[in-house]
Design a protein around this ligand. Sequence first.
Ligand code: GLC
Length: 653
Amino acid sequence: MRTSDHSATSATTPAGADPLRDVDPALRRSFDLRLARYGDDLRRGLQVVYGERADDLFERVLQSVAAAMEQRPEDLRERDEARLLRPDWLQDPGMLAYVAYADRFAGDLAGVRSHLDHLDSLGVTHLHLMPLLDPRPGDSDGGYAVRDYRTVRADLGTMDDVAALARDLHARGISLELDLVLNHVAREHEWAVRARAGEQRYRDYFRVYPDRTEPDRWEESLPEVFPDFAPGNFTWDDELDGWVWTTFNAFQWDVDWSNPDVFCEYLDIILFLANQGVDVLRLDAIAFTWKRLGTDCQNQPEVHYLTRALRAAARIAAPALAFKAEAIVGPQDLIEYLGTGENWGLVSETAYHNSLMVQLWSALAARDTSLLATALAAFPAKPSRTTWCTYVRCHDDIGWAVTDDDAAAVGLNGFAHRAFLSDFYSGSFPGSFARGLVFQHNPATGDARISGSLASLAGLERALEDGDSAAEALAVRRILMLHAVMMGFGGVPLLYMGDEIALMNDPEWADDPAHAGDNRWVHRPRMDWEALGRIEAELAKGEETPLSAQARVLAGIRHLAAVRARTPQLHASVESVIVGGHDHRLLLLRRDHPRGSMAQLYSFAPEPVSIDPGVLRGIVGAQPAELLTSTVWDLEVPEITVSPYGALWFVHR
Ligand code: GLC
């Protein structure tokens, strides 16, 4: 039987070998059904990007897909079926992600397997392990310069350990996410090595230029990602005898996605990782994968057609797999990663909500939510089947992605506000509670990004150092309010390792010479299991003794996660809508769910704020339940008061 015998689709293989000649009929049936469902998406994606080469490529892709399907372990095939029955699994309010470096969390993969109880205790249902595939030796940009995508970093374990971990996680109802760096490979990757050895096939995997003529033309419109330690976007390589495109560090070589061989290589890697039990691939630096002269070479339309084709192929071979786009770009560009127009809902299932994160810190410094509200109100709606990843901190710096237009709309000067935020979070602004470090100050643009752990940026480090218990209490409230927004906004909240016990800036971050030049390591600490033990003991003793700040944070985060998981209004298919017209220190979100409306009220002020509850009444009625305190509120009053940095989740009763 040939795949083209299947009448339900126009997206069948052209004449060619049947990729599933002698396979089990059940598998064959799945292949045919999924091809009928996703074949057109695949073909369209390939056609837009590769034009007349698409037909051949389609054939090659199906060969890879069929091979991966045959190799897929039985338990993962079952997982595929289960996922197909629960297409909204990423949108479930029970979703809570934990993000950690395997070594910093628990030494190695075996260590991670022995610490899963901690994840259970937080209510975690998804684990993103930061880059663990074999990196180049020395500085590897935190593992984002990969030498071999099919091998695990030796000190962490093996690919078999990944598969074993995935099985353990799955047994506990936890899914696994790994990074896949799409834009570049390490200079030490086999493709780059062979390119330098003169093999034309592999030179064609990269963008190599004999002299500066071409690079200079491209540079005219290209920004710099790491102006401090990797200025420019091209690197001369003696062995290669050419300038190679390197958007990030000199040792991270951008691959050339216009070459169909590169597409096939990556597809095979994706399917290989899926077959180890990986549930989500974080598509690192995806925005940069397509280059177009005269542009900033980010967010080009081809990026989305490439993703669409990769996803369609993956949906046939391993429908349990989802994609997460790592695109730290403006709202209009960002929404494309979840799909607009003909790519609506056909690209990544989830993407980082960078704007929300940036705006939270901005509102906190300014004690004013006007800019946050303006920016989020103008945010385009996402496809209803897709999901944001919401977060307050991650392993990267915070770049002040506040547009001049949004700033102007609330009477601010964009440049001045961004400078204020850098000053505030580096702690130099008078009265600032934060302790951060400036990352990649760019004198040409005035940009100054910020590194620092959530707890240190939120004021805990300074408060504890000053022995100021009032400041400490406020810092704890800030930390919990930020987590409440992250968990209440809708989407997969990303709990960043260590934030659950308010780990502060790592004073030893620069001790490792491979890290010393990159202060993002200040907020990539090692898990403090001793501290966790102390905190757990404190919490076990009950409430008689006053709890430490760390214990209050841990208890608070667990509580938020537990309430979140049982709140249907937080299903991510529903959008959070910004409601304005109240005190500028408060943020009011409205979620209209068929099970009843929800209103969330957050305060960005260190003092109590009183408001007329009329607007709340209009959303959740006069006697709503407040979920975080399990109390019923009477809103038939002239005034209610929100406590400093308070968070309230009201639902209609
Ligand atoms: C992503 C990662 C960042 C890395 C960059 C280059 O933005 O989050 O840590 O430096 O990609 O791979």
